[in-house]
Design a protein around this ligand. Structure first.
Ligand code: MLT
Ligand code: MN
Ligand code: ZN
Length: 298
């Protein structure tokens, strides 16, 4: 069995360009000088025929149109078997609303994430007679498409922005923010698009992994502040940055990982500019910068 992954969207919430953003990267993407990137989603398959989508982004309509492997195979047949959601953030769940045309598939999530979907009646647009909602317990392997086993595990994160109270714990460990371990026969991969920090549990899991897709939201923690785009740091948003002593490049440095791929990049991240020094530095540290349409097979 071969594990196939296709990055449907490599950008974080907002995408590149973001509709209301005049930052350097967004302007370059609008001008066609750097590649645009759509919002966070990964398609995975163990047999090349049946697919699961990890996170349904607001851009899913175009992402599916751009991905021949997910095109309809008959009048109302298509190869999507399930959508697995790793948190309740808008960039990861809003695309479910696009998938409402009476197409059978299963929505997999933890009970905490299902609670968020269930609490919002707009998601009943996914007719429950056709679209099954299945709860996955942490650490319990589930077959999400033929031959493709997913096991969810808690990673440090926070509740969705729209559910934040007056105080927010940004490195909460629970079932609100999860990573995914994917297994197809003898091959495996990890998908962790949001992670507040590297802890011992995560280190132990990822050491020896063949392939990891990891949170690449920001290059540096105060990047959005420095760009004049607001007051939020990466840490406040529940994302560890790429660079710096507590960044993901340093955290992965001692780990044995076959292939490391950044996904969920915010539009301010300089690695989104192909000629940037930061991209060269990440690549020199062994990272691949994910981009829309990139396919990785193991
Ligand atoms: C995040 O990844 O921090 C969220 O997607 C932010 C958002 O909801 O815009
Ligand atoms: Mn996000
Ligand atoms: Zn921007």
């Amino acid at each position: 069995m071969t594990f196939r992954a296709r990055i449907l969207g490599a950008a974080a919430g907002g995408g590149l360009p973001q509709w209301n953003c005049g930052c350097q990267n967004c302007n370059l993407a609008r001008a066609g000088e750097i590649p645009a990137q759509s919002q966070s989603s990964l398609a995975v398959s163990a047999n090349g025929t049946d697919w699961a989508i990890l996170n349904a982004s607001p851009d899913i309509r175009q992402q599916l149109a751009d991905c021949p492997a997910l095109h309809p195979t008959g009048l109302r047949d298509m190869p999507l078997r399930s959508v697995l959601v790793t948190n309740g953030d808008i960039d990861h769940v809003a695309g479910l609303l696009t998938l409402r045309e009476m197409q059978p598939f299963t929505v997999y999530a933890t009970s905490g994430i299902h609670d968020v979907l269930d609490a919002n009646p707009i998601f009943s647009a996914l007719n429950e007679k056709v679209v099954k909602r299945a709860t996955i317990a942490l650490e319990a392997p589930v077959e999400i498409a033929p031959g493709l086993i997913a096991t969810l595990f808690a990673v440090p994160g926070k509740v969705p922005l729209y559910l934040e109270g007056d105080t927010v714990q940004t490195d909460l460990i629970g079932d609100q923010t999860v990573g995914v371990h994917l297994q197809a026969g003898e091959t495996d991969a990890y998908y962790i698009p949001g992670c507040a920090l590297m802890n011992d549990d995560l280190r132990a899991r990822l050491n020896g992994a063949a392939l990891v897709f990891f949170d690449g939201t920001l290059w540096q923690d105060d990047e959005m502040v420095l760009a004049g785009l607001g007051t939020k740091t990466g840490k406040r948003m529940g994302h560890m940055s790429m660079s710096g002593p507590d960044g993901s490049m340093a955290a992965f440095e001692p780990l044995e990982v076959g292939r490391k791929v950044y996904v969920h990049m915010n539009n301010t991240n300089p690695v989104l500019r192909p000629e940037s020094d930061e991209r060269a530095a990440a690549q020199a540290a062994g990272w691949t910068i994910g981009q829309d349409g990139m396919e990785i097979t193991t």
